[in-house]
Design a binder for this molecule. Structure first.
Ligand SMILES: C[S@@+](CC[C@H](N)C(=O)[O-])C[C@H]1O[C@@H](n2cnc3c(N)ncnc32)[C@H](O)[C@@H]1O
Length: 168
């Protein structure tokens, strides 16, 4: 009984923290789709890939498998931070997970690709968020992959399955 309650609380904690702060709950992108996402954005050795709400690190692993130079995840849920750090540990300095609300983060200046699997309410704020980061970024065209939902009011440049690619 006690173990059941503990496991139940752990599951709710893993899935739910993103929701409490108004973001998406933890639902990982399936492996096939992470591969499609990298194809859609043409991720390669020149890329620094950022996942805003990085969950268990599945997308960052796909980016590394596609040859990305570096990956950075931002995750609000400490349990997922620990789990994804363990999964990415073997990549050393090429992979980093930062704990906290990504809306308060300053993205690495060499970011070239952003991945988002978030709810519409969050995606609506993304153009302003990127605008605020712009002065700090060195790339001319930032590629943004959205899975599951589109950025309201912005036209995507390409799509594949349930994903759209934007250029900012
Ligand atoms: C739908 S899951 C996607 C996980 C991962 N990106 C993937 O595609 O496999 C969304 C994740 O975003 C996290 N999240 C939601 N809002 C956030 C925020 N403002 N800052 C950091 N993480 C957030 C949640 O905890 C959850 O793990």
């Amino acid at each position: 009984m006690t173990i059941g309650v503990i496991i139940g609380c752990a599951i709710v904690a893993v899935i739910g923290i993103g929701v409490i702060i108004g973001g998406a709950p933890f639902v990982p992108t399936r492996k096939k789709w992470t591969v499609d996402a990298m194809k859609l954005a043409g991720v390669g050795s020149g890329d620094v890939v950022v996942d805003l709400g990085s969950g268990d690190g599945a997308v960052l692993l796909a980016a590394l498998a596609s040859g990305a130079r570096r990956v950075i995840g931002y995750e609000i849920n400490p349990l997922l931070v620990i789990w994804s750090r363990l999964r990415l540990w073997r990549y050393g300095k090429r992979a980093m997970i930062k704990t906290g609300d990504f809306f308060h983060a300053k993205l690495p200046p060499d970011t070239t690709v952003i991945y988002l699997f978030q709810v519409k309410k969050v995606l609506r704020k993304i153009p302003k968020f990127i605008d605020q980061q712009r002065a700090n970024l060195t790339v001319k065209k930032l590629r943004v992959i959205c899975f599951g939902a589109e950025i309201p009011g912005i036209k995507f440049t390409r799509e594949l399955g349930g994903m759209s690619l934007y250029e900012f």
